[in-house]
Design a protein around this ligand. Structure first.
Ligand SMILES: Cc1cc2nc3c(=O)[nH]c(=O)nc-3n(C[C@H](O)[C@H](O)[C@H](O)COP(=O)(O)O)c2cc1C
Length: 214
């Protein structure tokens, strides 16, 4: 099946995509296409809009070459064009909320004071979350979903990956110093012509089994 174009039907795009096991390492995303995917990541929804993430983009071949050893032997992080490591921020504290509220105020031309009750709600939520780290990781998975859908719509191949050693990635990529922790990774690029997984029939439960209509 041919790569999708920007005008393709979204369901066709989602049928076209699959979790790529083997990328063609000679094919690179051009800058304009990559920029759209980066914009899609940045535009992801998040709870309260707090965006508790960083997106670390690795294109350096020497860094990528170190990663299969810490990816359950999977080679996609090395062979892809752009490796996106979706990270949560290390600390989500009241200062972070204040920075976000300032951003709302400047973006919408309203005063910080007018946002006091929203600010209080966020700070209240963060004071006692059942698991703040887990909550931030959930937001990272929303960004992953947005990225996968955007990639499919643009005819870019991807592989969502949890099969990696997060501590090793954090060390190799120097993430602790950057104030973040890796959560999930997404190699982007173009499938190798001989990736046999491209030919496999999609396995999805029928709508009757997963959709409950009331
Ligand atoms: C969060 C997440 C983690 C995944 N981790 C891996 C992985 O480490 N390696 C891999 O080859 N596929 C991984 N997958 C891909 C799934 O196996 C794949 O999406 C699923 O089997 C459905 O197939 P499809 O995406 O090709 O339609 C992951 C998918 C998700 C959503």
């Amino acid at each position: 099946m041919a790569a999708q174009t920007e005008n393709a039907d979204i369901v066709d795009c989602l049928n076209w995509r699959y979790a790529v096991k083997k990328f063609d390492s000679t094919k690179k995303l051009d800058d304009a296409v990559y920029k759209k995917l980066e914009d899609a990541l940045r535009l992801s929804a998040s709870s309260f809009g707090l965006q508790p993430w960083k997106f670390v983009v690795v294109t350096d071949p020497e860094i990528k070459a170190q990663l299969p050893a810490f990816s359950w032997g999977q080679t996609q992080p090395q062979e892809c064009s752009h490796l996106v490591v979706i990270c949560r921020i290390a600390e989500l504290d009241e200062q972070y909320v204040d920075r976000y509220v300032s951003k709302i105020a400047s973006s919408r031309n309203v005063s910080v004071e007018s946002l006091a009750s929203y600010t209080g709600m966020m700070k209240g939520f963060l004071k006692n979350p059942a698991d703040k780290k887990h909550w931030m990781e959930k937001q990272c998975y929303i960004a992953l979903g947005t990225l996968l859908t955007a990639a499919a719509a643009l005819g870019v191949d991807a592989c969502p990956m949890e099969g990696f050693d997060a501590d090793a990635y954090d060390r190799i990529l120097g993430l602790t110093d950057k104030g973040c922790r890796s959560v999930v990774v997404c190699p982007l690029g173009y499938r190798a012509a001989d990736d046999k997984y491209a030919q496999l029939t999609k396995v999805r439960f029928d709508a009757e089994e997963v959709v409950i209509r009331l």
